[in-house]
Ligand binder design. Structure first.
Ligand SMILES: [Zn+2]
Length: 273
């Protein structure tokens, strides 16, 4: 009961005031004689909001087998079609898109990702990043898998997907060195919608390079966390360039285009030439 998302409205594991090893299953919270929640136990283990959610769940007076129910829509039955529909219309934090234009942007976003000529491992890693499905430390701390959520790359902030792939000093340096920084005007709060906005408003070449960068940054983060090997930004830049240069024509076309833009707008990054 400490790790599974069994409480309605909460996507991740439950966080208790104090984990008590005497209680491991949800059934431990139920009085089997009266078929009611043991309110005193629930209140002692969970915060007031979570305790309220537990106690408001009705309990059946009849014994029946547990079964899995699909929560993505009101059919309660999972189909691949409904799973896909849920994924393309979900903002990544368990909520649906607010309007049709967000839905359309998500559709464009997914079409772009899957149609790019990139290795599947890069696309899948990127899809996991966009949906916050990576085992970042902030995702591991609530179910007590990790003890600290501090970024293993810069040690400067909590390690969330937004931090690693948008705010961390390392990704900022890498993107600046490659001349593909994110738009400073994008102030969308939700991580996935922020990413979608960046991608649907940029060229395909830029999206492709970002995806390779994300993949390299996650690779570096794993080396830093598991092996203590933390490359500097220039190491990641070299890695990305080497990977991208496997297809010289694409890279040269891309680089020329951004060089031209840089000259046209008189970029402050001239000293990086
Ligand atoms: Zn960091």
């Amino acid at each position: 009961m400490w790790r599974d998302a069994w409480l309605p409205g909460l996507e991740k594991g439950q966080s208790a005031q104090s984990i008590d090893i005497n209680y491991t299953l949800v059934s431990d919270l139920i009085d089997v004689n009266t078929y009611t929640w043991q309110a005193d136990v629930v209140n002692s283990l969970f915060g007031s909001d979570q305790a309220r959610r537990v106690l408001s769940m009705p309990l059946s007076r009849f014994t029946q087998e547990d079964e899995f129910l699909w929560q993505g829509d009101n059919t309660e039955e999972y189909l691949v079609r409904s799973g896909y529909k849920w994924l393309v219309s979900n903002t990544g934090d368990g909520t649906e898109c607010a309007n049709t234009s967000q839905n359309n942007e998500l559709r464009v976003f997914y079409n772009r990702i899957w149609n790019l000529k990139l290795a599947n491992k890069i696309k899948i890693t990127f899809w996991r990043i966009a949906n916050n499905f990576l085992p970042t430390l902030s995702n591991l701390v609530p179910p007590r898998v990790a003890t600290s959520s501090w970024c293993p790359v810069c040690s400067d902030a909590e390690e969330t997907v937004k931090h690693l792939f948008c705010d961390c000093a390392v990704i900022t340096q890498v993107l600046n060195a490659l001349l593909v920084p994110f738009a400073p005007s994008n102030n969308t709060n939700n991580w996935k919608l922020w990413l979608v906005k960046e991608f649907v408003n940029s060229s395909l070449d830029k999206c492709k390079l970002w995806m390779v960068v994300f993949w390299a940054v996650w690779f570096n983060r794993n080396s830093a966390y598991h092996e203590g090997v933390n490359q500097q930004a220039y190491g990641i830049v070299a890695f990305v360039k080497k990977h991208t240069c496997k297809n010289w024509t694409v890279w040269i076309r891309f680089y020329k285009r951004f060089n031209v833009l840089r000259v046209a707008f008189g970029s402050h990054q001239r000293d990086l030439k």
